[in-house]
Design a protein around this ligand. Structure first.
Ligand code: CTP
Length: 487
């Protein structure tokens, strides 16, 4: 096991351990990841004795630039050395009160320390002292790593009740590593699910994000659902579950569909926020579901309501209320547009509007729509994909020609106010929209002269005083380079 101990800090620790006759081990995630051949830059060192003392001694040997950060309350110390973060702690025994994750800590043996950890695969230690490089594995962690099993070192009811975040961690590791949760351990998660109530939202969302960033996140969301945790931490997703049949007409299970779309998009992108958009794209389907004898099941307006729900969901989950949230909201709002386009005759005008509304997020939107094609009927999938290709082609053509993606109208609101001596008010909005619509619909070209002529005409129709407006104006800034617009 010496291969993973090449970092120079291990040699330094080992020298100190031998000199001072100390029992020192590297433990936890670093060992797990080394055995799984995953890279890790966090090293946890446990010593039977005082962790802070050991950290200080290591810092002396690594050189004067090494800074030790001491967390006295926790009895831990951290130092950064050659790209790695190394945390030192004394081996301990813990006991917990029912209402808190904060343990009462006593000094303990290595085995006490291993036993209090969440999973056997996270309880493995490698000696840095006398038997440098040998694995200490009293709970069968190496065997569980081999058979890809997550199991707690002690009675799972105690492990999860002590620190209920571990239930989320278990499901996250299962998703991230492609492991199974041992049956007894999973049953315990189901029994202890309500204890999740004492865990902060921030810690929970950290785990959800890690599930979302895994190769196949549906695994995690299904486990969260089966355990009953999902209902407690993310009830909106649970509402998507189930199908209904009237007159032999059924709709699909929107929970499973959303997870399929999520898995699909994960094959194409690592972006957390695009993955969030995939998960939430149909979030308002339960609230908008209706049955009509002629049409069957409909979910009219679910994209609008879904976009409206995004800020509340982000707030409840303690996700950021910033441009990331707005991006997810925008994709949820627009997710039907390319599909609708692909079902109709694809006009330049409709494609131009889509480009205008999506802006720089158009490629992500197209990726989401591609992922959204989950029909089991191969003929339907073929037809959709073919039409979709047409939309892509048109988008490309118009992109090259019109530069609509970052569209700026040739006459700004300020200029409109100056031309007609108006103060801010609804007239300005109407005039701006008229210009924008005319350009997007291909009625006029995107240049100053044509926009100005239309502006005068519309202003006259609205009864505005156009006498004082110049008959024509020299463009104060160049219009965009659109040479030809086909309606
Ligand atoms: N640990 C635990 N219970 C927790 C968190 C951590 O028992 N709720 C233990 C595990 O032994 C874990 C170690 O502390 O391996 C280090 O925790 P941490 O750095 O949070 O996690 P890693 O296991 O390293 O994995 P990741 O960084 O992916 O969370």
């Amino acid at each position: 096991m010496q291969n993973c101990l090449k970092h120079p800090v291990f040699k330094i620790i080992s020298e100190i351990a031998l000199q001072e006759d100390l029992e020192v081990y590297v433990i936890g995630g670093f060992v797990r990841d080394a055995l799984l051949k995953r890279k890790s830059k966090d090293i946890d060192i446990v010593v039977v004795g005082n962790g802070i003392d050991l950290a200080n001694k290591v810092a002396v040997k690594t050189g004067k630039d090494t800074l030790v950060t001491v967390f006295k309350n926790f009895g831990t110390a951290m130092l950064k050395y050659k790209d790695y973060e190394i945390e030192f702690v004394g081996a301990r025994k813990e006991s917990y009160r029912r209402d808190s994750r904060k343990p009462i800590v006593e000094n303990g043996s290595l085995k006490d320390d291993q036993e209090r950890r969440d999973f056997t695969i996270n309880a493995l230690a490698i000696s840095l002292g006398k038997e440098f490089g040998s694995i200490v594995d009293p709970f069968g962690g190496t065997a569980d790593l081999k058979s890809k099993i997550l199991r707690t070192p002690m009675d799972p009811d105690k492990t999860f009740s002590d620190d209920p975040l571990r239930m989320m961690r278990g499901i996250r590791f299962a998703t991230q590593l492609g492991f199974e949760i041992d049956e007894n351990t999973f049953e315990s998660i189901c029994r202890n699910k309500d204890r999740i109530g004492i865990i902060s939202k921030e810690r929970i969302i950290d785990e959800i994000n890690k599930i979302l960033l895994s190769p196949t996140p549906s695994v995690g969301f299904k486990l969260l659902d089966q355990s009953g945790l999902l209902e407690l931490i993310f009830p909106e997703l649970v509402k998507l579950k189930g199908t209904e049949t009237i007159n032999n007409k059924s709709h699909k299970d929107n929970f499973l569909h959303s997870l399929k779309v999520l898995d699909n998009i994960c094959e194409k992108t690592d972006s957390l926020w695009l993955r969030w958009a995939a998960l939430l794209h149909d979030i308002a389907k339960p609230q908008t579901k209706k049955y009509f004898p002629q049409q069957g099941w409909t979910f009219h307006g679910h994209e609008f309501l879904g976009a409206k729900m995004v800020p509340d969901i982000f707030r409840a989950l303690k996700l950021p209320q910033n441009d990331k949230m707005k991006y997810v909201q925008k994709l949820v709002l627009l997710h039907l547009r390319p599909i609708v386009l692909s079902q109709e005759v694809v006009t330049d005008s409709a494609v131009r509007r889509l480009l205008f509304d999506a802006g720089d997020d158009i490629d992500d939107l197209m990726m989401l729509c591609d992922a959204d094609i989950t029909s089991g009927n191969p003929e339907k999938v073929r037809r959709f994909s073919q039409n979709f290709e047409l939309v892509r082609q048109k988008l490309k053509e118009l992109e090259e020609k019109d530069a609509i993606r970052n569209f700026q109208p040739p006459i700004s609101g300020d200029e409109i106010m100056r031309i007609f001596s108006l103060s801010p008010g609804r007239e300005i909005g109407i005039l701006k929209t008229t210009l924008k619509d005319a350009i997007l619909d291909g009625i006029i070209e995107n240049n100053y002269d044509q926009a100005y002529a239309l502006l005068l005409k519309k202003a006259e129709e609205m009864g505005l005083n156009i006498e004082s407006a110049p008959k024509s104006l020299l463009p104060p800034r160049s219009g965009l380079n659109i040479t030809q617009i086909n309606p």
